[in-house]
Design a protein around this ligand. Structure first.
Ligand code: SF4
Ligand code: SF4
Length: 324
């Protein structure tokens, strides 16, 4: 893997096709237009935005293409930027506005670490409560839900709204459930103590010791690809201790179904999500599936006849927490 401090633009694409190997939308469609290479090459030849729209909307923003590109092109960032030029999905704009209004009326958070749960966990109050209890942190009053939607759909983020959100977070420890928001926060708050939800939960002994060798562990792709050089040690240790299989194995490099929990989101389709989950499970015979992302739990439950649990659900109720 090649990495430099300054990612390059689509004009650097050499057409090596390495990014196709890891791209779930290429795998689902087998059409070169639906790949990071296809989008980069189309940009090089001056394709109109309308021609690129289907591929831009089909991209899951999983980030798997970023670390494999030998030219170090910031591919998922390029796709997010192009999405911002497309007309946004009206239902999701309405959702974003609703979240923003709720954030404007939120009280300031007391000092201490905060959880920014993400859409799927916010929709599951029992899981949300369990996660805050396990981590011993409170959920943020302003959890940036509108900003996460804007990142997902290519919506606009007003500078004053972003400033208000970040002012409340600067200097805190943060656990972030939404991988896109986590990646953005790494850019916006480089000195912050940030962790993805999977990493934070996986560091708890109450959970870590319950990951079993017969488990198939599904890493949340966006959080992983946003910080893979550091996280590879975390997941290597987890795999070594437990003996579990992971979606990092067999070249199926952290490519789960669409990570979004937003109903009506125009990217991909439910059928593709199910196909992707089946492919991840192909040739495996796990006794249980453990996911980091609550949205993926629902998808795997539809294709697997073994228990599918969120990582937090591995811990017993009222369990004493020790950090690993
Ligand atoms: S972010 Fe994921 S789906 Fe989108 S182009 Fe890259 S690998 Fe393909
Ligand atoms: S991996 Fe990079 S250089 Fe190679 S085809 Fe994809 S975008 Fe182009």
């Amino acid at each position: 893997m090649y990495s430099s401090a300054h990612p390059r633009a689509y004009s650097a694409c050499s057409g090596c096709s390495l990014c196709r190997l890891v791209c779930p939308m290429w795998r689902a469609r087998r059409d070169p237009c639906y790949s990071p290479e296809g989008i980069a090459k189309a940009r090089q030849s001056g394709a109109a935005l309308a021609e690129l729209a289907p591929a831009l909307e089909a991209c899951t923003l999983c980030g798997a293409c970023d670390p494999v590109c030998p030219e170090d092109i910031a591919l998922s960032a390029m796709i997010m930027a192009l999405r911002r030029e497309l007309p946004p999905h009206p239902e999701l704009v309405a959702l974003q506005v609703g979240y923003r209004q709720a954030a404007e009326s939120a009280a300031a958070d007391p000092a201490g670490a905060l959880l920014l749960p993400g859409a799927a966990m916010r929709a599951d109050p029992a899981l949300h409560e369990k996660v805050t209890a396990l981590l011993g942190i409170r959920a943020a009053q302003d959890d940036g839900a509108d900003i996460a939607v804007a990142l997902e759909i290519g919506g606009q983020i007003a500078p004053q709204r972003l400033r208000r959100f970040l002012d409340g977070l600067d200097g805190r420890g943060l656990v972030v459930g939404d991988g896109l928001l986590l990646a953005a926060l790494r850019r916006w708050l480089p000195a912050a103590r940030l962790q993805g939800l999977g990493e934070a939960l996986g560091n708890l002994n109450a959970i870590r010791r319950r990951i079993a060798s017969a488990d198939f562990y599904v890493i949340e792709a966006r959080a992983y690809h946003a910080d893979h050089e550091r996280l590879v040690a975390h997941y290597d240790a987890l795999r070594k201790e437990s003996g579990c299989a992971m979606n990092l194995d067999l070249q199926r490099i952290a490519m789960p179904p669409h990570a979004s929990a937003y109903p009506g989101l125009r990217i991909g389709s439910a059928r593709e999500d199910l196909a992707q989950a089946r492919w991840l499970l192909q040739g495996r015979n796990p006794a249980r599936i453990v996911v980091e992302n609550a949205a993926e739990r629902e998808v795997f439950r539809r294709v697997a006849d073994v228990p599918v649990l969120h990582l937090a659900e591995l811990a017993a109720s009222n369990e004493e927490i020790h950090h690993a």
